[in-house]
Design a binder for this molecule. Structure first.
Ligand code: NDP
Ligand code: HSE
Length: 342
């Protein structure tokens, strides 16, 4: 669905969720407003924000009239061009995204649980309704790995994925190993810094990493493996003694996602591994993530950056919004010029 001519003085965005990622997205769009407007050619406005509790005190000051607790104020509003889903959880997030696409809205999400569980239907619904569906922030926070796989690396056949894909667990293990924090204290800090999921079980049991590996495999290997089918072990059983023992051996323990593609056979897992301290992934600390990819043309590549947190994730969500706005406005202009020629 093209951005309508009447909307060309601003692109209107409806935001579902105003927690860590929602506020990070809002802040990114505000602090870089001039630069973004110049790049897109028009302003991007967040016009409605869905939250559970419209009266809750927020960290960012936003006009009260923007808040709603009725998702239909966004999905069914014909003046909203792009819907951003950053609620979390598989439902109702998936149903909201599907409805928005059916109403002709482009959709951006950071929600790896929803994307990994419903990868095919979300992409098919976007195609059927001629809208864009983008999800850069769902893997690696601010690291632009997904759009690299689907654009500049498109000419490759990928053979291997190896990565640290969860900021919370990497933060916990770094703090336990290097600063002697207890597991509980390190987890509490990760929650306070906005890295953890609303229910951190998904982080510490490795489920969040399985969701991200499922998305990476779908894009890099063209096979969607449901996260429930990925053998997954989290970090809850790792003790301070084990971390010390690894250190004495010249190693660090990291929660590693790995997948290989040998043509007819895919192998994949999520589990803690002991890595020598000179391994490229051993130096990835705190909320930083890293993704190693091997393509048959480009060979070895490594992406590194902040995998969690409001602004790094907001950067990726805002980037998807800007990308959609730029592409769709270009198409609208093209169609207008073609129409004028007739
Ligand atoms: P938060 O828990 O901080 O925020 C969730 C927001 O959604 C809140 O504003 C909440 O409203 C609102 N909300 C939740 N459910 C509903 C509902 N059913 N109806 C209306 N509003 C609802 O989550 P995050 O921002 O941390 O995460 C959001 C998504 O982004 C998740 O999918 C997460 O996995 C993903 N993500 C998170 C990253 C991070 O670093 N935190 C990084 C990358 C992805 P209220 O404020 O009123 O409670
Ligand atoms: N809870 C996730 C993490 C957020 O800690 O990595 C980023 O996806």
């Amino acid at each position: 669905m093209r951005i309508a001519y009447e909307h060309m003085d601003s692109i209107n965005v409806g935001l579902l969720g105003f927690g860590n990622v929602g506020t990070g997205t809002y802040e990114t769009l505000m602090m870089n407003r001039d630069r973004i407007t110049a790049a897109v050619g028009t302003e991007i406005d967040i016009v409605k924000i869905l939250v559970n509790d419209i009266n809750k005190k927020r960290t960012i000051d936003v006009p009260f009239s923007k808040y709603t607790s009725d998702v239909n104020d966004i999905i069914k509003d014909p003046n909203i061009d792009i819907m951003v889903e950053v609620l979390g959880g598989i439902e109702p997030a998936t149903s909201y995204m599907l409805s928005a696409m059916e109403y002709g809205k482009h959709v951006v999400t950071a929600n790896k649980a929803a994307v990994a569980a419903n990868y095919d239907v979300l992409h098919q619904t976007a195609t059927d309704n001629h809208v864009q569906f983008r999800m850069e922030a769902s893997v690696g926070g601010g690291i632009p790995v997904l759009s690299s796989i689907t654009s500049v690396l498109r000419a490759n056949r990928f053979e291997e994925i190896l990565g640290i894909l969860n900021g919370t667990t990497n933060y916990i293990m770094t703090q336990m190993a290097e600063n002697g924090l207890s597991y509980e204290k390190a987890l509490k800090q990760a929650q306070e810094k906005g890295f953890a999921e609303a229910d951190p079980t998904a982080d510490v049991e490795g489920i969040d990493v399985a969701n991200k590996l499922s998305i990476l495999m779908a894009l890099a290997f063209d096979h969607h493996i449901h996260p429930k089918d990925i053998p997954t072990t989290g970090i809850t059983k790792i003790t301070e003694e084990e971390l010390k023992e690894a250190d004495a051996e010249g190693k660090v323990i990291k929660l590693i996602a790995s997948a290989t593609n040998r043509g007819s056979r895919l192998d994949y897992s999520v589990k803690p591994m002991r890595l020598p301290k000179d391994h490229p992934l051993a130096g990835v600390k705190n909320e930083f993530n890293a993704v190693f990819l091997k393509g048959n043309a480009v060979d070895d590549l490594m992406f590194y950056g902040k995998g969690a947190g409001p602004l790094p994730t907001g950067s990726a969500v805002a980037g998807d919004i800007v990308q959609i706005a730029t592409e769709e406005l270009k198409e609208t202009m093209h169609e207008l010029m073609e129409g004028n020629k007739k």
